[in-house]
Design a protein around this ligand. Structure first.
Ligand code: GLN
Length: 248
């Protein structure tokens, strides 16, 4: 069910993140190694967001499988960035197939992705959605659980929450309202990345000057570390903090 990744560090090509690794996001779109929670392939769209020279992020999203896009390989070969968030999508049954449903969701410097599903959607989230400004609901990019989760995270960010608190607070509130949900969230502003591990896998690979978080390792490098379920990862290119996710 969807796979995502985030990279922070010295500029690298999108190709080196998406296409070159033997089990990178391209391979994960048709042969993921870990698809707990249902689904077999991630063919319902994809998206890449990156930060050009410290500016606001640029996105490239499509509703088609990553492997069938003929533009992305050329774009990825010539595009380098020091901050990247990318995802391939396996749509939850009943949710729309459209490029606006493919992560990353974005506003300003923020990029966001959700790997998972909200149980009892949409009724289970009525109490939480009621706390959002009506404008946010009326301008929801697409009627999916992931888009509403992004609205909830963004609401906390606008109120001044740190990325880690925005992710952890949203996971706690949604887990309480919709028990059994799978809520692996990924949020970055190009400097800090926050990721929850709640129902799906996440692995981390660090070097002294970079960090790569991914639903599953993109190669067999022994540097990959799986993050246990129920954790929040907050990282910059220079350091990483892993703490318990507290469920309200
Ligand atoms: N439920 C979300 C969607 O349909 C995410 C799906 C997933 O993680 N597979 O877009």
């Amino acid at each position: 069910m969807c796979r995502h990744l985030a990279y922070l560090g010295p500029p690298v090509s999108l190709r080196s993140l998406l296409f070159d690794p033997p089990y990178g996001l391209l391979r994960q779109s048709w042969a993921p190694r870990d698809m707990r929670g249902g689904g077999t392939i991630n063919a319902d769209g994809f998206g890449v967001g990156w930060y050009p020279d410290g500016g606001e992020p640029v996105r490239y999203r499509r509703a088609q499988p990553m492997w069938s896009d003929t533009t992305l390989p050329e774009l990825a070969a010539v595009t380098t960035a020091g901050g990247v968030l990318a995802a391939v999508r396996s749509a939850t049954v009943g949710m729309p197939l459209h490029e606006t449903a493919a992560a990353p969701f974005a506003e300003g410097r923020w990029l966001f992705s959700h790997n998972g599903v909200v149980r009892g959607w949409p009724d289970s989230l009525v109490p939480l959605a009621g706390g959002l400004p009506l404008r946010d609901l009326l301008t929801l990019e697409v009627p999916t659980d992931s888009a509403l989760l992004w609205a909830l995270v963004r609401h906390r960010l606008r109120a001044g929450a740190t990325p880690g608190d925005a992710v952890a607070g949203t996971v706690a509130a949604v887990a309480a309202a919709a028990p059994g949900s799978r809520l692996n969230l990924l949020l970055t502003d190009g400097v800090t990345v926050a990721a929850s591990v709640a129902g799906h896998a996440l692995s981390v690979r660090r070097t002294p000057e970079s960090v790569l978080l991914a639903s599953e390792p993109s190669d067999d490098d022994p540097g990959w570390r799986p993050v246990p379920d129920g954790r929040l990862v907050v990282a910059t290119a220079a350091g990483l903090d892993v703490r318990e996710l507290t469920v309200a």
